[in-house]
Design a binder for this molecule. Structure first.
Ligand SMILES: [Zn+2]
Ligand SMILES: [Zn+2]
Length: 134
């Protein structure tokens, strides 16, 4: 929380103490501020997950090496968040994967179009092979 929010709340408390503003008014103002914030974050929780994954944990620690990047030939990391994706730290690019992946493995074969290593994953009873880029 930013210090100015706290400063404003403290300022409002002072006004209540001095009788310049009613307690109910201040409470209403504060709760609607936090309610708004809460609704905003709830709506954007997927984005926030992705941002936090990137900000707070080095990718090399959260991810497992999975398959090769077609551009730089290095390993890309599998990042397990609500929306899983592959990250190439060399190219600084993310490649989104599907939801609800149960297991995933590299295919040791490259895509004929872009040269990225194909990956195979299980979703329910289906096994699906895709190119992470195409
Ligand atoms: Zn790359
Ligand atoms: Zn491809």
């Amino acid at each position: 929380m930013q210090p100015r929010v706290r400063a404003e709340i403290e300022g409002n408390c002072k006004k209540v103490r001095e009788g310049k503003q009613s307690l109910a008014e201040v409470i209403e103002k504060c709760t609607s501020f936090f309610k708004e914030r809460f609704l905003f974050f709830s709506k954007n929780i997927d984005k926030i997950d992705m941002i936090f994954d990137k900000l707070y944990k080095p990718l090399s620690e959260t991810g497992k090496r999975l398959s090769h990047c077609g551009d730089c030939k290095r390993y890309m990391l599998l990042i397990n968040s609500k929306l899983p994706f592959l990250n190439c730290s060399e190219c600084d690019k993310d490649y989104k994967l599907m939801h609800n992946i149960e297991s995933i493995k590299p295919m040791n074969k490259n895509c004929a179009i872009c040269n990225f290593e194909a990956i195979s994953f299980k979703q329910g009873k289906f096994e699906i092979i895709i190119c992470p880029k195409c």
